[in-house]
Design a protein. Structure first.
Length: 243
């Protein structure tokens, strides 16, 4: 399959501390790729560098074209979209206003196209339609994550970068969010998903990477990683004998 994203030898440093060290990965078109690892491994740094939010060294190619010298705004225009770890919603605005802001880059398409996008998001997230006039700051944790995903979808992304979508959610809500992520694959959008919740991520992903202290330590098909004894014992909370 052709690649939506190719990362080769990507490094990011904070002063003298190298947070990401020559990381390489590939996201095939229409696939879900996950990067799992402990807190502080460099997962969020990786997404920040891909979006152009952090200075980095190495090669980044999107749909075959180099992203070198491309601003964050231009990357968004090209179809990259980041759902950040802390959602970054506009708490004082309504759910619908947050969604409409997600379609800012599509403003030239006109009100009808934006309205169609809204209805598509509401169809996927009925709870958001129920709370369309409610302030985003009053939503529950699960609803905030749905709104963050819905806002990203309003931009009609080709590559969706998801940073810890399960963070702070109860197990029932984690399952709900991951069912939505799995369903999104059917729309053709490619996804790069970084998570500490390795179990949830590997269940939905096609391919996975393990990032430890800024370096890619393991990679493979998600099903293979889920059965790897090292991954099982370190990230899935089970010993090999208990599986």
């Amino acid at each position: 399959m052709s690649a939506a994203l190719e990362v080769e030898g990507l490094s990011v440093a904070y002063g003298k501390v190298e947070a990401l060290q020559r990381a390489s990965l590939r996201v095939a078109e229409g696939s879900i790729v996950t990067v799992i690892g402990p807190n502080g491994a460099g997962k969020t740094t990786l997404l920040g560098a891909i979006m152009g939010l952090l200075p980095s060294h190495g090669a980044l190619r999107y749909a075959g074209a180099s992203l070198e010298g491309t601003s964050t705004e231009d990357r968004v225009e090209l179809g990259l979209c980041l759902v950040p770890e802390r959602r970054e919603l506009f708490a004082g605005l309504s759910v619908e206003d947050n969604l409409r802001l997600g379609a800012f880059r599509r403003r030239r398409e006109g009100a009808r196209a934006i309205g169609t996008g809204l209805e598509q998001v509401y169809s996927r997230f009925p709870r958001l339609k129920e709370r369309a006039r409610q302030l985003a700051g009053t939503l529950s944790g699960g609803e905030r994550q749905m709104l963050a995903l819905g806002r990203a979808l309003m931009a009609r992304p080709r590559l969706l970068l998801l940073d810890e979508p399960s963070l702070g959610l109860a197990p029932r809500l984690v399952r709900e969010i991951y069912l939505i992520i799995a369903d999104l694959k059917g729309t053709g959008v490619s996804m790069l998903l970084v998570e500490q919740n390795a179990r949830a991520a590997l269940q939905v992903a096609d391919y996975g990477y393990v990032l430890e202290t800024g370096e890619i330590a393991l990679e493979g098909a998600a099903a293979e990683l889920a059965g790897n004894p090292r991954v099982v014992e370190t990230y899935l909370g089970l010993s090999s004998a208990a599986r």
